[in-house]
Structures are given as structure tokens and as C-alpha cells.
Design a protein around this ligand. Structure first.
Ligand code: G3I
Length: 497
């Protein structure tokens, strides 16, 4: 364990701060994994080969057309109909044909929480008791359309290839719909255990498939993650010879160089370092193999390596620190801010901070708290003198749910659904109203494939769609979808009520 003196010398010992506003408890996202063995979700990841392709485009523009669609739905098609890319760029296209969608559902202006009748397409929408102020479902606007209209993106994580989701045509049709998702994050396949299963033996097969799918569907890619304490290969977690600071940092630098070099500017951003702090009120450093071996300096080593790779390969990709319970004014948020400030002081560039935003109906920070928090991050200047950006990187809102993955139990009342609607709106609207917030990503979008129930027993229903017929059956959209669209559109001060 490094001494306090050594931490101070490294400029990475940050002291707990005192905050003006008391903050509620964290979300307890730590699933207890200490050695990279995961959290017990029973999904299998296999892969087949595909080629690597790189894009040099990492920007996203405000020019995506939202007017080409004639249908009003975001439903599913039995056969996925990927959009036709207008270029090989990872950036969103300006002219995108909608995927096959056929729902006639619209937000009723009359609150009707019990309205869940399926449409003829098999798509149904849980009508919220809160009515969207702008009636978004009466237009052809999807969630990404609404985001792009104000210069941001909206996307989702996806645990593909090799999982059930990857072969579910309804899931894929929803995923590929550029009007709803113009950004994508690999939920797992770019993590260390998949990319470097043996020391210095890299396997990009599955990740390349992911990138190819993303590009086919014109999605911005946030790449995740170069340094984490979970999902590490065994050779790294349990080395034959214990790591020293020198040997472990060599391994880290090599991984970052190889991986960033491979994916190039296919990645709009990389989560360079993920989740280094504990969740307690004093936000101490998490006890991981990285910290135990190298102290906090592994963070600066990682960011130095990532900046070096950017220079070596001539990349534009943005370099992020990513964590949870840093979405509101809380000691852990302050720790993350100080981390960025300390790296900046050392001349090490950080481009952005990812606010994971794994929320629950029992705990979600208010709109103003999230806005203030985003303002605090985006006021920070990086080593280039540029204000850092923020992104909502892993949003979901779980609720008490003892039902199956496929259908909510009776505990998911209309009142709870309305809380969920409101909380999705809060986070999206905080991003929409913060100039330095570049976009929002949900951590998968169909409950069937959510990480939540296996980690937080007795909770679920946290994503935007569910499948009452089980996997490989039509998706049902939740009222939160309307709230997300409204959250992007309603950029004047207001509430979704
Ligand atoms: O790949 C193996 C497969 O070989 C094996 O047969 C199967 C058996 O269970 O497991 C497969 O690995 C699973 C992996 O997901 C791939 O699907 C792991 O068990 C499972 O634990 C792992 O869970 C992932 C979790 O990170 C690991 O902690 C979730 O899908 C993923 O959504 C979640 O994502 C994290 C972010 O990266 C960081 N922020 C928090 C977020 C939620 O925990």
C-alpha cells in the first residue's frame, strides 16, 4: 500500500471535500467483484472473425435529418433491416432511412396509466401519467433525433457479439434504428479479458465484429474500457510471479498502446480509466490489483499511455475518466474532479468525464443537482486549456421488480413507472441543458438483456423496452422513451410534469 507521502508526491492524493448540500446514499453499484470474475450474469460470449476497419471521423453533428421518417413509431421488425450507411464513417449520417417501424402508438394527452393495449404490430407503449409537453410521439422524432437536433447523441450499450441479444431480431432491429440510437458502447467485448486473454496475445475478433456492426448502422462508438478492476484475464489477476509496479505498468502501457492503435479513430472516446474510487462518503481509493501494486499513479500512467497512443497513431479519440456516484454533488464527484485537476497539473490531458448514472427509483439525483455537478466538471480545464466535456455513459433506472426479466411484476406500479419516467427525464434534461455534455448512453435498452436483476436482486425494469413474450419477441416501449425525447427537446427551464 503506498504511503500518504508517496501519494502526495504523485499529486494524486485528494482529500475529501465538504459539500454545501447533503447528499443521499450512493447507488451501491459495486457488485463485489474484486478479481475480474464478473457478477454472475449468465451470458456467453463467443465470436467469429471479422475484419478491422477504422474511421477517421469522430465528430457528431447537429445535422441529422429528423424529417425523413413518415411513420411515428419505434417498434420492432421481425426481420432486422439495417440502415444503409451513406459512408463508412462512424459519425451519424445526415440522411438515414428509418428501420422498419410501424407502431401507431402515441402519447395520449389524457393521462391513462393503465393503457397498455398492444397495437397490431405487437408494439405497445405504457402510457405515462405524465404527458410529454411537446407530444414527441406525435412526430417522427426518435430519441437520437431529438439529441442530434441539439448537437448531442443518444445511444446504448450492447453486449454483443456472442450473446442472446446478438441473435434476437427484435433487439437488433431496435438497436439498429438510427432514429433512436446513434451511438453505441460495447458492454463487454472491449474489456481486457476479451482483448488480451493471454499476455501480449490480443484477440480483436469479437470487438471487430462489434465495430463493424456499429459502422454499418452509422453509430458513434464509445469504447469501454482500457483500465478497470473487473473482467481481467486470469494471467493478470493471478500472475505466476507477483507484479511489481514496473512490470504491471509495462503491461498496462502495452495494452493501451495495442488496443488504441488497433481501433484508431473508430472510437469517438475511450473510457481510459474506470471506477477507481470506493462508494463511501470519504470516497477512498478502491482496493484493486492496480492500486495495490502501483498506488494511484496507475491512473496517470494510463492517461499518459493513452495520450502517447493518440500522438503515435494520430488519433482524435477523446480520453475519459468514467465512474458512478459522481453524477451529483457528493465526495466521490469531488474526488473525480480533483483527479482530473491533478492530471492536468501534471500536464496529462483528459478530455472528458463519464457520469455512469446507474440510478433507482429510490435514489436519483435531482435535475438541478445533476446540472450543478455537470457544471462543476465542465468548468475544469484540461492540460490543453480546453474545458473538459461530460457524457452520461451508462444510464438506467431500476425499480423494485420481483417478476421475470420479461414482464414487470405487480410491484412496478404506475406510480413507480412515473418516477422512472421523471428520473430518465431529469438526467437527459441535465445533459440537454449543459453545453459541455455531449450525449447520453443507456446501459442497454431491453430488460431481457439488462445487467440489473443479477446484480441487484429484486430489482429490474430499468431499461427502455421489455419483451413480454421473452427473448426473440416484440419489444414494448416504456413511457421513459417519451420522457427522453422531451428531455432533449425541452431545453427551457421546466419540468416533465
Ligand atoms: O464471457 C463469459 C462467458 O464466457 C461465460 O460463460 C458466462 C457465464 O456467466 O459469463 C460471461 O461473462 C459475463 C459478461 O458479463 C459477458 O456477458 C460475466 O459473467 C458477467 O459478469 C458480465 O457482466 C458485465 C459486468 O459489467 C461485469 O461486472 C455486464 O454484462 C456489464 O453490463 C457490466 O458493465 C459495467 C460497466 O462495464 C462498468 N460500469 C458498471 C456496469 C454494470 O455493472
Amino acid at each position: 500500500m503506498p504511503s500518504v507521502r508517496s501519494l502526495l508526491a504523485l499529486g494524486l492524493l485528494v482529500t475529501p471535500a465538504v459539500f454545501a448540500s447533503p447528499v443521499p446514499q450512493g447507488n451501491g453499484n459495486d457488485n463485489g467483484c474484486k478479481n475480474g470474475q464478473g457478477n454472475g450474469l449468465s451470458k456467453k460470449c463467443t465470436s467469429t472473425s471479422s475484419s478491422t476497419s477504422r474511421s477517421t471521423s469522430t465528430s457528431f453533428s447537429t445535422s441529422q435529418s429528423t424529417s425523413t421518417s413518415t411513420s411515428t413509431s419505434r417498434s420492432t421488425a421481425v426481420t432486422p433491416t439495417p440502415t444503409t450507411p451513406s459512408s463508412t464513417s462512424a459519425a451519424p449520417s445526415t440522411t438515414v432511412a428509418p428501420t422498419s417501424i410501424s407502431s401507431t402508438s402515441a402519447v395520449s394527452s389524457t393521462p391513462s396509466p393503465s393503457s397498455t393495449a398492444p397495437s397490431s404490430s405487437g408494439f405497445k407503449l405504457l402510457t405515462p401519467t405524465k404527458t410529454a409537453t411537446t407530444g414527441p410521439l406525435a412526430s417522427a422524432t426518435g430519441m437520437a433525433d431529438a439529441a442530434v437536433a441539439i448537437g448531442k447523441y443518444f445511444g446504448t450499450a450492447a453486449d454483443i457479439p456472442g450473446t442472446g441479444a446478438a441473435s434476437d431480431p427484435y433487439y437488433l432491429a431496435g438497436l439498429n434504428n438510427i432514429h433512436n440510437f446513434n451511438q453505441i458502447t460495447p458492454a463487454n467485448i472491449m474489456k481486457w479479458q476479451y482483448l488480451e486473454p493471454q499476455q501480449n496475445v490480443f484477440d480483436f475478433t469479437g470487438a471487430d465484429q462489434f465495430v463493424a456492426l456499429a459502422k454499418t448502422n452509422q453509430k458513434i462508438i464509445r469504447c469501454h474500457t482500457l483500465n478497470w478492476y473487473q473482467q481481467l484475464p486470469n494471467w493478470l489477476s493471478n500472475p505466476a510471479t507477483p507484479w511489481t509496479n514496473e512490470t504491471l505498468m509495462d503491461v498496462l502501457v502495452n495494452h493501451i498502446d495495442q488496443v488504441m492503435g488497433h481501433f484508431g479513430d473508430s472510437c469517438y472516446a475511450w473510457d481510459v480509466v474506470n471506477e477507481v474510487f470506493n462508494d463511501d462518503a470519504t470516497a477512498t481509493w478502491r482496493d484493486t490489483i492496480w492500486y495495490r501494486t502501483s498506488g494511484p499513479s496507475f491512473v496517470s500512467v494510463a492517461f499518459r499511455a493513452a495520450n502517447a497512443a493518440k500522438a503515435k497513431y494520430g488519433l482524435k479519440t477523446k480520453l475519459y475518466y468514467n465512474d458512478y456516484n459522481i453524477e451529483y454533488l457528493y465526495p466521490k464527484s469531488n474526488m473525480a474532479q480533483q483527479l482530473v485537476a491533478n492530471l492536468t497539473t501534471q500536464g496529462i490531458n483528459v478530455d472528458g468525464v463519464g457520469l455512469q448514472s446507474h440510478f433507482a427509483n429510490t435514489f436519483t439525483p435531482s435535475l438541478s443537482s445533476q446540472q450543478q455537478n455537470m457544471a462543476a466538471f465542465t468548468a475544469l480545464k484540461n492540460a490543453k486549456g480546453v474545458n473538459i466535456e461530460v457524457a452520461v455513459t451508462e444510464l438506467d433506472v431500476r425499480v423494485p421488480d420481483t417478476g421475470s426479466l420479461f414482464a414487470p411484476s405487480a410491484s412496478v406500479t404506475a406510480a413507480i413507472q412515473n418516477q422512472q419516467v421523471q428520473f430518465y427525464w431529469n438526467t437527459v434534461n441535465a445533459c440537454a441543458t449543459t453545453a459541455g455534455c455531449v450525449g447520453v448512453t443507456v446501459w442497454d435498452f431491453v430488460d431481457t438483456y439488462s445487467w440489473i436483476p443479477s446484480t441487484f436482486a429484486g430489482t429490474g425494469f430499468g431499461d427502455l423496452y421489455y419483451q413480454p413474450g421473452g427473448a426473440n419477441s416484440p419489444l414494448v416501449g416504456k413511457a421513459a422513451i417519451d420522457a427522453i425525447i422531451d428531455g432533449f427537446q425541452n431545453v427551457q427551464p421546466g419540468t416533465y410534469a
